[in-house]
Ligand binder design. Structure first.
Ligand code: FES
Length: 133
C-alpha cells in the first residue's frame, strides 16, 4: 500500500478485501498475530468516537476522556445503527438512536427502558491499541 497524503487515514486490508464486502473477519487473509492500523491516533479525539473499517468490517473506535482507546463492531445490537454516531459517556459509548450503552468489552451495560438484569448481550469487541500515532 502506497500512501501519498500523510493526512489521509491509514487503511490496511488483505488482498481479497475488495471482493469481501461485509465479511467475517476470521475468513479474510489476515494474520491474527499481527496488528493492523485502522486510523491515526489524532483522529480519535478524547470523548469521541469515529467509524473506520478493516477488511470491510465496520469498526467504531472509541476514546473515552480517561483511559485507552477501544474498538467495537460499528453496529448497535438493537437496530444496527452505527455506534460511531453515538456519544461517549465515561467508559462507554451510547447509541444515538435509542440510547443503549456498551462498555469497552462490547457488553450492553444500559438500556434506558429495561432493568439492568435483562440487558441484551451486546456487540463484538476488538483488541485495540494506540501506538506511534
Ligand atoms: S438502534 Fe441502537 S439503541 Fe436502538
Amino acid at each position: 500500500m502506497t500512501q501519498t497524503d500523510p493526512a489521509a487515514p491509514v487503511y490496511c486490508a488483505p488482498a481479497n478485501a475488495a471482493e469481501a464486502g461485509r465479511v467475517d473477519i476470521r475468513t479474510v487473509r489476515s494474520n491474527p498475530d499481527y496488528w493492523y492500523p485502522v486510523a491515526w491516533s489524532r483522529e480519535v479525539k478524547p470523548g469521541k468516537t469515529i467509524g473506520t473499517r478493516y477488511a470491510g468490517l465496520p469498526i467504531a473506535l472509541v476514546r473515552p476522556k480517561e483511559g485507552p482507546v477501544f474498538a467495537l463492531e460499528d453496529r448497535c445490537a438493537h437496530r444496527q445503527v452505527p455506534l460511531s454516531k453515538g456519544e461517549v459517556k465515561g467508559d462507554s459509548v451510547k447509541c444515538c438512536y435509542h440510547g443503549w450503552a456498551y462498555g469497552r468489552s462490547g457488553r450492553c451495560i444500559d438500556v434506558p427502558y429495561l432493568a439492568r438484569a435483562s440487558s441484551p448481550t451486546g456487540c463484538a469487541p476488538f483488541p485495540a491499541a494506540s501506538r506511534m500515532g
